[in-house]
Ligand binder design. Structure first.
Ligand SMILES: Cc1cc2nc3c(=O)[nH]c(=O)nc-3n(C[C@H](O)[C@H](O)[C@H](O)COP(=O)(O)OP(=O)(O)OC[C@H]3O[C@@H](n4cnc5c(N)ncnc54)[C@H](O)[C@@H]3O)c2cc1C
Length: 418
C-alpha cells in the first residue's frame, strides 16, 4: 500500500469493538489508523484464566471467525449449551437449550484479555510497519482477504488524540507527539470514559446502578453441566458461567456496601455465602480465586454521530451485565458499520458523508437503546423484593419457559439473530 495522506478511518481504542472494527475495515480494503493509549497485556496459554470474562453470542463468534481471530480465541473458551434463569423469591425457571435452536452451543465464555490479544496480534500483522505477513497456508478466501489487508493498518500506540478537527470534508486528529492524521471518518471506541465523546460535546443518559459486580472463579462440588446459570435476587443477579477448565466464573451484582462486605470476607466465609446465594445448585463451593469488582452503570450516548465522528462499543452504550450483552452489542456496531461503509464504497459515496453515517446511527442507536432499556427494566423488576411483583416474575418465567415461540424469541435475541 502506498502511504496515502488521507486515510479512510481513524479508530480510537483497540478494545473488542475498536480492534474488531479496525481489522474488519482493513480486511475490506480500507486504510485505517488505530490510536490506542496502551498496548494490551500479552496473553499466554499457561496464564491463569483472567477474572474478566464475557459470554459471547453466536453472531459475535461469526464476526471473530470471519476476521480470522477465532482460532486464537478458541484455544481457551468454555462453550455452553444451556442457560437456566430463576428467581430467589418465587418458583418458576426459564431454561434455554441450544438443541431447541438446532445448534450445538448457545455461546462461549471467553476472557476479554484473550479477545483483545487476538485482535491486536492480527492488527500488528497487517500494520504497515510489520516486517512480513504470516504465510497463508492455503489460498482460501480468508488468505486473499488477509493479503488485501496487508499494510492497511497504521498502529499508533501508546498514543492519544490531543486535538480534533471535525471538518466538513475530513476529520483531522493530532496526537500528543504532533503526528497529524486525516481521514474521511473517525470512530471513537475507547470505552465508557470516551475522551472523544466528551470532546464532541455528546452527553449521555443513564444511571449509576449503585451496584458492583464481584467476580471470581470457583470450583463447585458438582460439574457445571455446560450451563450458564443466573439467579435473580433482590440485591442483583448472580451468574455462574461455565469455564473450559470445569470451574465457573462468578459475576455477582450487589449493592455497593454489600459488595464491599463480600470483598472483605475471608475465603471460607465467601465460599459459604456464595453457595447459599446460589441456592447450592451445584453443591458446595470448594475452591475460589481472589475476588475483584466492577462498578455497574447504564449509559446511552445522546447521539452516536457528530459530523464525521461516530461512537461505537461502550463509548456509545454501557449496559447492565445481567444479560451478558455489552460486548455483543459493541460487535454488532462493528458488523453494521462494516456493511454501511462497504455499501457506500460500492455506490461511490464519500464514506464520511452524513447520509452514509446516519444509516449506522439510526440502526445502532435504536437497537442498543432497546437492549439497554430492556435490561434496565429487568434489573428494576427483578431487583424488587415486593412479594406480588416477585410472584408475577415467577409466573412470567414459567410462562416464557412453557411457550416455546416466546422462549425461542428470547434465545434468538440473545444470540443476535432477531
Ligand atoms: C462485570 C461485567 C461483566 C460483563 N459480562 C459481559 C458478557 O457476559 N457479555 C458481553 O457481551 N459483555 C459483557 N460485559 C461488557 C463488556 O465487558 C464491555 O461491553 C466490553 O468490554 C467493551 O468493549 P469496548 O471495546 O467497547 O471498550 P473497552 O474494552 O473499554 O476498550 C477501550 C479501549 O480503548 C483504549 N482507550 C481508552 N481511552 C483511550 C484514549 N483516550 N485514546 C485511545 N485509546 C483509549 C483502552 O486502553 C482500551 O483498549 C461485562 C461487563 C462487566 C463490567
Amino acid at each position: 500500500m502506498s502511504r496515502r495522506n488521507e486515510l479512510d478511518a481513524i479508530i480510537v481504542g483497540a478494545g473488542a469493538a475498536g480492534g474488531a472494527l479496525a481489522l474488519a475495515l482493513a480486511r475490506d480494503g480500507f486504510d485505517v489508523a488505530v490510536v490506542e493509549t496502551r498496548e494490551p497485556k500479552p496473553w499466554h496459554v499457561e496464564d491463569e484464566i483472567d477474572l474478566r470474562v464475557v459470554a459471547l453470542a453466536p453472531d459475535a463468534r461469526e464476526l471473530l471467525a470471519d476476521l480470522g481471530v477465532w482460532p486464537t480465541i478458541a484455544a481457551r473458551t468454555g462453550p455452553y449449551r444451556h442457560m437456566r434463569v430463576w428467581d430467589a423469591l418465587a418458583p418458576g425457571e426459564l431454561h434455554f437449550d441450544a438443541a431447541d435452536r438446532g445448534e450445538a452451543t448457545l455461546g462461549w465464555i471467553v476472557e476479554n484479555k484473550l479477545i483483545q490479544h487476538g485482535l491486536w496480534q492480527a492488527l500488528q500483522a497487517f500494520s504497515d510497519s510489520a516486517p512480513t505477513l504470516p504465510e497463508p497456508r492455503t489460498r482460501s478466501r480468508g488468505s486473499r482477504l488477509a493479503d488485501d489487508a496487508a499494510g492497511r493498518v497504521r498502529l499508533y500506540c501508546p498514543a492519544e488524540i490531543v486535538e480534533l478537527d471535525n471538518g466538513a470534508d475530513a476529520v483531522t486528529a493530532t496526537l500528543a507527539d504532533g503526528t497529524r492524521l486525516r481521514a474521511k471518518l473517525l470512530v471513537a471506541a475507547e470505552g465508557a470514559e470516551s475522551a472523544v465523546r466528551k470532546q464532541l460535546g455528546i452527553g449521555f443518559d443513564g444511571r449509576d446502578y449503585g451496584q458492583r459486580a464481584v467476580v471470581a472463579h470457583v470450583r463447585t462440588e458438582r460439574p457445571h453441566e455446560g450451563t450458564a446459570w443466573q439467579r435473580f435476587q433482590p440485591g442483583g443477579p448472580l451468574a455462574f458461567l461455565p469455564l473450559g477448565d470445569g470451574r465457573c466464573s462468578v459475576v455477582w451484582s450487589l449493592p455497593d456496601a454489600e459488595a464491599s462486605r463480600i470483598l472483605a470476607l475471608d475465603e471460607a466465609a465467601f465460599r459459604a455465602e456464595l453457595g447459599c446465594a446460589f441456592d447450592f445448585r451445584l453443591g458446595a463451593i470448594t475452591t475460589t480465586t481472589p475476588r475483584t469488582a466492577f462498578p455497574l452503570r447504564l449509559r446511552l450516548a445522546e447521539r452516536f454521530l457528530a459530523g464525521r465522528c461516530l461512537l461505537a462499543g461502550d463509548a456509545a452504550h454501557v449496559v447492565h451485565p445481567l444479560a451478558g450483552q455489552g460486548m455483543n452489542i459493541g460487535l454488532r456496531d462493528v458488523t453494521t458499520l462494516r456493511r454501511v461503509l462497504r455499501d457506500a464504497r460500492a455506490r461511490g459515496s464519500d464514506l464520511g458523508a452524513a447520509h452514509v453515517l446516519r444509516r449506522y446511527e439510526r440502526e445502532r442507536r435504536s437497537e442498543s437503546t432497546l437492549a439497554a432499556r430492556s435490561f434496565d427494566l429487568i434489573e428494576r423488576a427483578f431487583g424488587s423484593a415486593f412479594q406480588p411483583l416477585a410472584a408475577l416474575r415467577g409466573a412470567g418465567l414459567a410462562v416464557a419457559n412453557a411457550v416455546a415461540p416466546l422462549r425461542q424469541a428470547l434465545a434468538d435475541a440473545a444470540a443476535g439473530r432477531q
